[in-house]
Design a protein around this ligand. Structure first.
Ligand code: HEM
Length: 424
C-alpha cells in the first residue's frame, strides 16, 4: 500500500472512531453505529431527507442518492482504501504456518487503485468471462437439484444452512479447486468475516479478526502449494502462472483467493434468503413466480434492488473536488449507501414495493459501478437464478415461518437463519 493510501486509510479510520464515540442526533453516525444485523432503511431515509450528500460531525460524508452514489463509484478521483482497523498491525500470529498474513479486501484488487488495480483486474477478470460462466451452468444446475433433494423431508428446515449457503460455497470450491468437504470452514469464515467487514472495533474484535485472517491465509497458502504440486483445471492453478511470470506476488494470489471466497459467498446466499423473505411477505408476487418459475432472472434483479446484500461501499476523496454542490477536501471519506440508492424515488417508482415485473430493476447499484464493479456479478446472477427457479419449481408453496435471524453485520444484509416450510 502506498504512503498516500495509508494516510487516507488512517483518516477514514479516525473519522470512523470519532463517529463510533458520537453523539446523538447525527444521522451519519447512527448509520455507522447500527447494531449488527439491524434493518437500515429507516436510518438511510433520514439521510435522504437531509439532502443528496450529508456531512456527519466528524466530516465523513454519506449519500442515499442513486445519482451521487453512481458518480462516486465511477469517478476515479474517489479512491478505495483499506478499511479494516487491523490493517496496519497485520503480522503473522505465533503458531501460524505461513510467514505472512493477508486480508481478503485490504490486500487484494478490492483495495487497489488504478494503475495497480487495472493490472490485477486484467489477470482475474478473464476467468469470470461469459464463456467461463456458460461452461459452469450445467454444474450449478446439477448442484442445485442435488441440494434440493436434501431439502425434501424434515419440516420446517433452515433454508440458509441446508441450501442457500451450500450453493455458492460448492460453486466457488469447484472454481478454485478446493475440496467440497471444507464447506463448514467456508461457512464459518464467510459469516465471521461479514461481522468485521466495516472494520474490527475494539481489542476483542481485532484479535478475533486476526485469528480469522491467519486461518484464511494458512488455508489458501496450503491450497496454492497443493495446486503447484498437482495442477488442475481450476482458477488457482491459472493464477499461479501469473505469480511465476512476476505479475502477482504469492501473498497477492492468496489474498485474491480469499477475496473470491469471501466476496462471493454470503452475498450470493443472501439473494436466495432475501428473495424467499420478500416473496413470503408479498403473496401476489409469490403466486406470479410460482406459476412461472421462468421469471427467476427478474426475481433475482428485484431482490438485489429491494435489499442490497452489501449495503454500502466506501471511497475516499483523492484530490480536492466538488460533489453534489459541496467542496470536498482530500482524505474525506464518502459512504455510498447502495441499499438506499436502490430505493431512490428519482429512479424507482414506489421504491419500497417488491415488484418482480419492475422494468428497470437492473439499474440497482448492488454490484457497485465503475472500475470495481463486482467481478462475480455474472456468476452470482446465474447461481441466484438457477437456485430460485429450482426451489420454486420443486416447492411452489415454499414460505418463511417465524422471523428470520439476520447475519451479524452492518454491511452484509441477509438472513443467517431462515426457517421455511416447503409443503402446504
Ligand atoms: C449477490 C452477490 C454479490 C454482491 C451483492 C456483490 C457485491 C459487490 C460489490 C458492491 C463490490 C464493489 C465493492 C466496492 O467497490 O466497494 C464487489 C466487488 C467484488 N466482488 Fe462481488 N458481489 C457478489 C458476488 C460476488 C461473487 C460471486 C464473486 C466471485 C466469486 C465476487 C467477487 C468480487 C470481487 C473480486 C470484487 C472486487 C472487484 C474489484 O475491486 O475490481 N462477488 N462485489
Amino acid at each position: 500500500m502506498s504512503g498516500e493510501l495509508r494516510t487516507i486509510a488512517r483518516l477514514y479510520r479516525n473519522s470512523l472512531r470519532l463517529h463510533t464515540s458520537t453523539v446523538l442526533g447525527d444521522p451519519v453516525a447512527s448509520v455507522l453505529n447500527l447494531p449488527r444485523g439491524a434493518e437500515g432503511h429507516t436510518h438511510y431515509e433520514r439521510i435522504r431527507s437531509r439532502g443528496e450528500l450529508v456531512r456527519g460531525r466528524s466530516g465523513l460524508c454519506m449519500s442515499a442518492s442513486h445519482a451521487v452514489c453512481n458518480e462516486v463509484l465511477r469517478d476515479n478521483r474517489f479512491k478505495v482504501a483499506p478499511t479494516s482497523a487491523v490493517r496496519l498491525k497485520l503480522r503473522p500470529l505465533p503458531g501460524q504456518r505461513t510467514d505472512f498474513l493477508v486480508h481478503p479486501l485490504d490486500d487484494s484488487l478490492a483495495s487497489a487503485n488504478p494503475p495497480e488495480h487495472t493490472a490485477l483486474r486484467k489477470l482475474v477478470a478473464p476467468l469470470f468471462g461469459a464463456a467461463q460462466m456458460r461452461a459452469r451452468r450445467e454444474f450449478v444446475e446439477e448442484l442445485v437439484e442435488r441440494q434440493l433433494d436434501a431439502l425434501d423431508g424434515g419440516e420446517p428446515v433452515d433454508l440458509i444452512d441446508a441450501f442457500a449457503l451450500r450453493i455458492p460455497s460448492l460453486v466457488i470450491a469447484e472454481l478454485l479447486g478446493l475440496p467440497a468437504a471444507d464447506h463448514d470452514h467456508f461457512a464459518r469464515w464467510g459469516i465471521e468475516f461479514g461481522a468485521t467487514v466495516d472494520g474490527a472495533r475494539g481489542a476483542r474484535e481485532r484479535r478475533r479478526t486476526q485469528v480469522l485472517l491467519a486461518e484464511l491465509t494458512d488455508y489458501f497458502a496450503a491450497a496454492v502449494a497443493a495446486r503447484r504440486a498437482e495442477p488442475g483445471p481450476d482458477l488457482i492453478t491459472a493464477l499461479t502462472a501469473a505469480v511465476d511470470e512476476g505479475a502477482m506476488t504469492e501473498a497477492g494470489l492468496v489474498s485474491t483467493c480469499q477475496a473470491l471466497l469471501i466476496g462471493g459467498f454470503v452475498t450470493t446466499a443472501n439473494i436466495i434468503g432475501n428473495a424467499v423473505i420478500a416473496l413470503s411477505e408479498n403473496s401476489d408476487q409469490h403466486e406470479m413466480f410460482a406459476a412461472d418459475p421462468g421469471l427467476a432472472g427478474a426475481v433475482v434483479e428485484e431482490t438485489l434492488r429491494w435489499e442490497a446484500p452489501a449495503q454500502y461501499s466506501v471511497r475516499v476523496v483523492g484530490e480536492p473536488l466538488e460533489l453534489a454542490g459541496r467542496q470536498l477536501t482530500r482524505g474525506t471519506p464518502v459512504v455510498a449507501l447502495l441499499a438506499a440508492a436502490n430505493r431512490d424515488p428519482e429512479v424507482f417508482t414506489e421504491p419500497g414495493r417488491f415488484d418482480i415485473t419492475r422494468p428497470n430493476a437492473r439499474e440497482h447499484l448492488s454490484f457497485a459501478a465503475g472500475v470495481h464493479y463486482c467481478l462475480g456479478a455474472g456468476l452470482a446472477r446465474m447461481e441466484g437464478e438457477i437456485a430460485l427457479r429450482g426451489l420454486y419449481r420443486r416447492f411452489p408453496r415454499v414460505r418463511a415461518v417465524g422471523r428470520p435471524e439476520y447475519c451479524p453485520s452492518r454491511v452484509i444484509r441477509g438472513p443467517r437463519h431462515l426457517l421455511v416450510r416447503t409443503d402446504d
